[in-house]
Write a protein that binds this ligand. Sequence first.
Ligand code: UT7
Length: 332
Amino acid sequence: MIRTKIIGAGHYVPENVVTNHDLAKLITTSDEWIRERSGIEERHFITPGVHNTTSMGTMAARMAIERANLKPEDIDFIIFATLSSDYYFPGPGVMLQRELGIKPTGALDVRNQCSGFIYGLSVADAYIRSGIYKNILLVGSETQSIALDMTDRGRNTAVLFGDGAGAVVLTATENENEGILSTHLYAEGEHADQLCLKMPGTGAHKMIYPEMMDSEDILPIMNGNFVFKNAIARMTEVVLEALAKNNLTTDDIDMLVPHQANLRITQMVQRQLRLPDERAYSNIAKYGNTTAATIPICLSELWEQGRIKPGQLYALVAFGSGFTWGSVLLRW
Ligand code: UT7
């Protein structure tokens, strides 16, 4: 039986570090409020013109491919998850392919926001298990900084998000003691407007028109409390579902890698799963929420720290705009 395993992880964040104190110079907020409500201390923002979603994704992908001991020409399929692509179209998968000089092959763009990486893993797993592709490059990369509402109106979202990218290389294994055990995806479109950026889009009479510049629809909006409560419930639920499906319990989890949206959310999920701090990874203090990039950045850091050991059970879980959510259980 073929299974899918991760054989390399990489990440990249831009050099420009923006602290809570820096944000407090632009909007009415404070280091204390941001730390207490979200656990975030700083985030990285691109320098416009120097980096974008594709360029950061490319840096992360190069690191992941190198750590997998492969070359770009060994990649059979590309999956790129983002909500912030460089162009409206085409999507970033082909841009990344161009940057890496990868041979003509499929390049799929995934747009499931904070759950994009989990959705991408699920697609990669299905392709690899069915024998269609062998080596898949999966990237999550986001440029949030240039779309944030840096006024008091947008302060509940402006302080949360950051820029960055993470990537993994997946391959086929016939060892049934390792690899992805199962993936679980969900969406609940009735909550699409609870966390969204409406424009530019085809919902208006024209994609771009002068009056839209005065519309609040060109800025991201979020019903923070509602998203917060749903995130805790859904993330806990979908990890428990994955464990039950594989006849495992929370005691079997060596590391929970949750989407980094808010430290209070991940701590609540961790508590409900009764996992101690050393079995739940967090780096939100340094990067904020980098949407589709949070989980692969965590995996790359764990890789770098030498903390990933063969046989360990990892639970990956995300929740975000859509609403969309999902989990992946995997054994290294
Ligand atoms: O990636 C998945 C998507 N995102 C998330 O999962 C995020 C989910 N939501 C959250 O993380 C939290 O709801 C927030 C961090 C956004 C907000 O925390 P909260 O504890 O839910 O605060 P709140 O929205 O209830 O606001 C409390 C107060 C309000 O003032 P009043 O009405 O009590 O006077 C806000 O206006 O805090 C105010 N506030 C701020 N104050 C200082 C909102 N944003 C800020 C800010 N600085 N940046």
